[in-house]
Design a protein around this ligand. Structure first.
Ligand code: GTP
Ligand code: ZN
Length: 294
């Protein structure tokens, strides 16, 4: 039996890359279904070929995390791609992606693409400074003018990364630049997705020739906060997490409570008001949904 990594799953077949680099097509052990064991792309598995013809996944090793949609296991980092213009930079949408990525407990890198379209450098610097202060690494990139490509490649080396972000920000363009052979059809792909083709797409980890794997996630993402509880939410904002526990009330939700440290920090401009607004909006959204389910 040898260990391998599931890099593709399609129609009941699993494509497993073994330690020697060879990729084998596998079936799952029959008992997996009965025992409710699922195999996901990104899973480390033990494979065997008992009759030296067909390969079988015998066991799934413990995963460190699992993203639900699209289902990918053992992610090291989320690369959140946003554009400065076309589409316009949307801080509230970025906060939503950030919260979801924080919930997965993975490393996060923000990539601001299309800097060639930025009206002024100051706007760009302000955005960068804001997220740096919160604690995020921010890369500024122009895929079209090939600016910032090397640092982008550097963060991907030897990691399992998921590229996420709104439609049209340049994710496929970036992937094509770092690995020209990929020939992802930029633009065209999103057109097909809009027509609902995404339901039939499979999940796949693309091997980068300079080392590392990246998930080819299409230009849509499941952005519901369903799995997050109101009590977890403060911990998904690093700047709130840092001050957590300093409020007067134990279990303060930083909303209507008096003597709230978070609100004080915001008044002192030590927490960005936009971020606090996102926090409150998400808190309301989560609480409303839970109330409706009761
Ligand atoms: N000006 C400029 N345009 C860019 C840049 N990067 C990508 N584009 C353009 O933006 C458009 C969308 O790029 P895509 O790579 O298809 O975007 P995507 O994020 O993969 O979109 P989805 O497939 O919908 O998720 C294309 O017309 C690209 O040529 C950039 O750095 N600058
Ligand atoms: Zn508080």
């Amino acid at each position: 039996m040898v260990e391998g990594l599931v890099i593709k799953a399609i129609g009941g077949f699993y494509y497993v890359k073994k330690g020697n680099g060879e990729v084998v097509e596998c079936r799952a052990r029959g008992r997996f279904r009965k025992e409710n064991i699922n195999i996901y792309v990104g899973d480390r598995v033990l494979v065997n070929n008992p009759d030296s013809k067909t390969w079988v996944v015998e066991a799934v090793l413990q995963r460190k995390n699992l993203m639900v949609r699209p289902p990918i296991a053992n992610i090291d980092q989320c690369i959140l791609v946003f554009s400065i213009k076309s589409p316009d930079f949307n801080p509230f949408l970025l906060d939503r992606f950030l919260v979801l990525a924080e919930h997965l407990q993975v490393n996060i890198v923000i990539c601001l693409n299309k800097i060639d379209l930025a009206d002024n450098k100051e706007e760009l610097e302000n955005i960068k400074e804001k997220y740096n202060k919160i604690g995020y690494k921010v890369l500024t990139i122009s895929a079209v003018e090939k600016i910032g490509i090397e640092p982008f490649k550097a963060i991907l080396i030897d990691k399992i990364s998921v590229l996420a972000g709104p439609s049209g920000v340049g994710k496929s363009t970036l992937l094509n630049i770092i690995q020209p052979g990929l020939s992802l059809k930029t633009g065209e792909l999103s057109e097909k997705l809009r027509k609902g083709r995404h339901t039939t797409r499979h999940v796949e980890l693309i091997e980068l020739e300079f080392g590392g794997l990246i998930a080819d996630t299409p230009g849509f993402s499941y952005l519901e906060l369903d799995d997050i509880s109101p009590d977890q939410l403060p911990y998904l904002f690093p700047e709130i997490k840092r001050a957590q526990g300093k409020c007067k009330f134990k279990g303060c939700r930083h909303f209507h409570e008096p003597d709230c440290e978070i609100k004080k920090l915001m008044d002192q401009c030590l927490i960005y008001s936009e971020r606090y607004e996102s926090y409150i909006a998400f808190l309301n959204e989560i609480c409303d949904k839970r109330r409706n389910l009761q």
